[in-house]
Ligand binder design. Structure first.
Ligand code: URA
Length: 434
């Protein structure tokens, strides 16, 4: 088989066979296909798409490009969660300790930032010492001991996805149904999950720009789940505006700590409750979604999930002082307020603009080898529905590069749309596909 012929076939919008897809995945993983050839094929897939059969074959090939984890020794149903990505999405870091507190074993392997969206692993690495490269043995040991582990993909877990994910990020091929579905579901299959809840984001700060596209993505991921015997539920969430009050790695850790201590913004709480309630249901710990949401709220209020988060950080080598006193986490040199220039009610905050600014000031990557700056980002001071007077602070830029501050300030101000009319707060949860 020949990679040039495979690229040409997809370039000409032809269907690839199972063997051709498997060949590409195996040989790229081994290093026998170059990054530029893989880029060309991914771009052809991006432009011409894949049919359902091709997406399933790509997913399976990627899942089996490395080890398939056996979590049976944990002795319980493993329910996993994954988000298709967003701006300010810190749901995993808040929800996983809550689920572990409820006795649901959590084996969570997360990713790094992709495009303008943030990644949980980049965020957790803002905590000094926190290890995100655990071995399979450590993962199982941690889950048996404290009920939770939050790490990156193990070295040999879906290695094809690791390479393809980083490449997509650098060649503008992130927002594609075939590539997202295969990336997410290959990892879930390989990571040994029995059941899966997917947070599928829609809007300006998400890869899926409208609900119809999101439903298509949900349906294909559910089908792959069915094919591999993993019950999958999708929660469709609104990502037109950033989620919560901060965007940026350290800043989102600070917000996570606040949230677990009870100071949680309404939109974050809604996503945490919805995704968590379905995780509880799939794990056999309650069929009543409303009751499950109530339990989640109580676990936040009584502080036990915060304790679980501390336990997790300690177990993975993180400096607990950073959690006890978040001011010990890293800080940006410049914290610059952005003032409103007119009176009005906040009608929208463009998540795509906020995400792009956060990458511009260094919170995300523009090339796969880029080092991110953990301490920069944006703090949202006024949310949708808030009344603002001229001179009040809409948001703060946390930056380390003085030269980038002015551009960032202008763009964040542009992201805010103010109106004199009454504003209806948009829904956070847009749908459930069970
Ligand atoms: N998360 C992933 O793991 N992969 C994607 O492609 C998008 C979000």
């Amino acid at each position: 088989m020949n990679i040039i012929e495979i690229i040409a076939k997809k370039r000409d919008n032809k269907e690839l066979t199972e063997e051709e897809i498997a060949y590409f995945v195996q040989e790229y993983t081994k290093g026998n296909i170059t990054d530029y050839q893989a880029s060309a094929l991914l771009m052809a897939i991006y432009i011409n798409g894949m049919n359902e059969r091709e997406i399933k074959d790509l997913t399976i090939a990627m899942a089996y490009s490395g080890e398939i984890m056996d979590l049976s020794s944990i002795g319980d149903t493993i329910v996993d969660k994954h988000s298709t990505g967003g701006i300010g999405d810190k749901v995993t870091m808040i929800l996983m300790p809550i689920m572990a507190t409820l006795g649901i074993p959590i084996v969570k392997m997360s990713g790094r930032g992709l495009g303008i969206t943030g990644g949980t692993i980049d965020k957790m690495e803002s905590i000094q010492g926190y290890r995100t490269e655990l071995t399979r043995e450590e993962i199982i040991e941690n889950v048996k001991e404290i009920g939770i582990c939050l790490t990156g993909q193990t070295e040999n877990l879906a290695p094809a996805d690791k390479k393809i994910y980083a490449l997509r990020d650098a060649i503008a091929c992130t927002d594609n149904i075939a590539l997202i579905a295969s990336s997410i579901m290959s990892k879930k299959i390989a990571s040994g999950a029995d059941k899966i809840v997917l947070e599928v984001t829609v809007g300006k700060g998400a890869f899926m720009k409208d609900k119809e596209e999101a439903i298509e993505l949900c349906n294909i991921m559910k089908q792959i789940g069915k094919l591999t015997g993993k019950e999958t539920v999708c929660v469709i969430t609104n990502m037109n505006s950033p989620l919560g009050n901060s965007v940026g790695n350290t800043l989102e850790i600070i917000e996570t700590i606040d949230a677990l201590k009870g100071k949680i913004s309404q939109d974050v709480l809604e996503v945490v409750q919805e995704v968590g309630a379905y995780m509880m249901k799939l794990s056999g710990r309650g069929n009543n979604i409303t009751e499950n949401k109530g339990k989640i709220k109580r676990i936040i209020e009584n502080g036990t999930a915060y304790e679980k988060f501390r336990q997790l950080v300690q177990k993975q080598g993180g400096d607990l002082q950073c959690i006890n006193n978040p001011h010990k986490l890293g800080k940006a040199k410049y914290v610059v307020p952005i003032f409103a220039e007119i009176d009005g009610i906040v009608e929208s905050i463009d998540a795509e603009v906020i995400g792009s600014v956060s990458v511009y000031i260094g919170a995300g990557r523009t090339k796969k080898e880029d080092k991110i700056d953990h301490n920069v980002g944006i703090v949202i001071n006024k949310k949708i529905g808030d009344y603002v007077e001229v001179g009040e602070t809409l948001a703060y830029i946390h930056a380390n590069d003085e030269k980038k501050v002015n551009g960032a300030v202008e763009n964040v101000r542009r992201a805010y749309k103010l109106t004199s009319k009454k504003v209806t707060i948009p829904k956070t949860i847009l749908g459930i596909i069970e």
